[in-house]
Design a protein around this ligand. Structure first.
Ligand SMILES: [Zn+2]
Length: 452
């Protein structure tokens, strides 16, 4: 491992020492043989119940089971078919929970969905679990939240992260390219999410913190550099990606919310996930949704105009009142479950009248500093698209079967589904959202912008 990797390893070790939930993360080559010893160190149990789907089991199952047995554990298996893809919902997690007894270590052998299911199942039974990662495909390995669907609404249920995580780099590097690209897309989203947090910080809505911000943003440019190495299965690049994703999870733990790793990019992705967006017959993966969410949001950042000319009284006068905002939410979100919840979320951040006027004055004051901070932090959209493309990721709405009209509708609706303040709120409160969206995301424009 080179120096770059050493610095990254130190960052991870320092963060891990601070974690109240995760005792050990082992990332390396040929590490599955350590599964049993790791289990012994971290869990008081004689039996491991391994949850996996067939694809993950084919990639790492035999070596993981041998490693667990080498530590003297009894191993039981619950392997689901890989097709159709396993769905992350509460009902299936509850079925997993019913299979868990005390004296058993739940083992999630797989990536995002399996991890989330076992996370919630273990939590329901008051157990800690062991995660054996098979792909660097998302940032949820270290996170305490399990994003699952219940009654059609995607909710992130507060659970606990795994107690121990084992990631074999040869397994990760030989995961389907597409899965690594999803992880890259999920990590790329942190560029946009960071912009949103900078805005919320500057407006006094949600301050940056000096622990989780640097964990996610401190090495981000380095983690996102060299996407072509990732696409060809380079071990060092895979290690950097996995570590970057792990740091995001730890940052969310320290912050207590997903703010450090999730902004409008993820809200757009969550809309598609709740709608169960499919493309060519397959559900579109989280990282693919985030990649497109990211280029969408960066397009809006590129557009963001000089706000110093903002006509504050006119903007306040034009703001939709709450009844018409609520009506818009119901109009833009077809599912009643989702729209009712969105009304509550939006109610938390909706402002008008004097409060809006005060905010716009504040915005005008902080804008020069905020603008230069944003331009120092953000990546131009064209550059982001080149990165995503080189990393093998999708980056246009069309790549996931979404038309420009659908994309715009999703952007409008996504603003409503979380109380979190993002660029979408800044644009809405300055009366510019529609102009920004229509100019940036209309048919053809997005495609043209992708040329570079
Ligand atoms: Zn994510």
């Amino acid at each position: 491992m080179d120096n770059r990797q050493n610095t990254i390893d130190e960052t991870l070790a320092t963060a891990l020492a601070r974690s109240r939930n995760i005792a050990e993360i082992e990332v390396g080559r040929d590490v599955l043989r350590q599964a049993g010893q790791m289990c012994r160190r971290n869990f008081d149990a004689d039996t491991a119940l391994v949850f996996a789907d067939e694809a993950a089991f084919a990639a790492a199952g035999d070596a993981a089971v041998a490693g667990l047995r080498a530590g003297g554990l009894e191993v039981e298996l619950h392997v689901l078919p890989a097709n159709p893809r396993v769905k992350p919902n509460v009902a299936l997690a509850s079925d997993f929970a019913a299979r868990l007894g005390h004296g058993t270590v739940p083992v999630a052998l797989g990536s995002g969905v399996m991890n989330d299911l076992v996370k919630f199942a273990a939590f329901q039974r008051g157990l800690r679990y062991f995660s054996i990662a098979t792909a660097a495909s998302m940032d949820g390995y270290c996170s305490g939240g399990a994003p699952l669907t219940r009654d059609g609404f995607k909710i992130t249920i507060a659970c606990r992260p795994p107690k121990a995580i084992l990631a074999d780099l040869d397994v990760l590097a030989s995961a389907p390219r597409q899965m690594t690209a999803w992880g890259y897309g999920d990590l790329a989203g942190k560029v946009a999410a960071g912009g949103d947090w900078l805005i919320a910080d500057a407006l006094g809505i949600e301050p940056l913190d000096d622990v989780s911000w640097p964990l996610v943003q401190g090495n981000l440019a380095q983690f996102l550099a060299g996407p072509e190495d990732l696409a060809r299965g380079d071990i060092g690049a895979t290690a950097r990606l996995f570590t970057g994703l792990s740091l995001c999870g730890l940052a969310m733990e320290f912050h207590g919310t997903s703010r450090p790793a999730s902004g409008a990019d993820h809200q757009i992705a969550h809309m598609w996930e709740m709608e169960e967006l499919t493309h060519r017959g397959e559900p579109v993966a989280h990282g693919a949704c985030v990649a497109v969410g990211t280029t969408t949001v960066l397009a809006l950042y590129d557009w963001l105009m000089d706000l110093s000319a903002l006509d504050i009284p006119a903007t306040v006068a034009r703001m939709d009142d709450w009844p018409s905002t609520r009506a818009q939410i119901h109009q833009r979100i077809a599912s009643t479950n989702i729209s009712q919840r969105a009304v509550r979320e939006m109610g938390e951040k909706y402002i008008a009248g004097e409060a809006l006027e005060a905010r716009l004055h504040k915005l005008r004051d902080v804008w020069p500093a905020l603008r230069s901070r944003l331009s120092g932090h953000l990546m131009r959209n064209a550059e982001m698209k080149r990165h995503l493309h080189a990393g093998g990721s999708v980056f246009e709405a069309a790549d996931i079967g979404v038309t420009a009209e659908q994309l715009k509708a999703t952007v409008y609706a996504s603003r409503f589904i979380r109380e979190r303040y993002t660029i979408l709120d800044l644009l809405a409160e300055t009366g510019l959202l529609e102009e920004a969206v229509e100019t940036t995301l209309s048919d053809g424009v997005l495609q043209q912008a992708s040329g570079g």
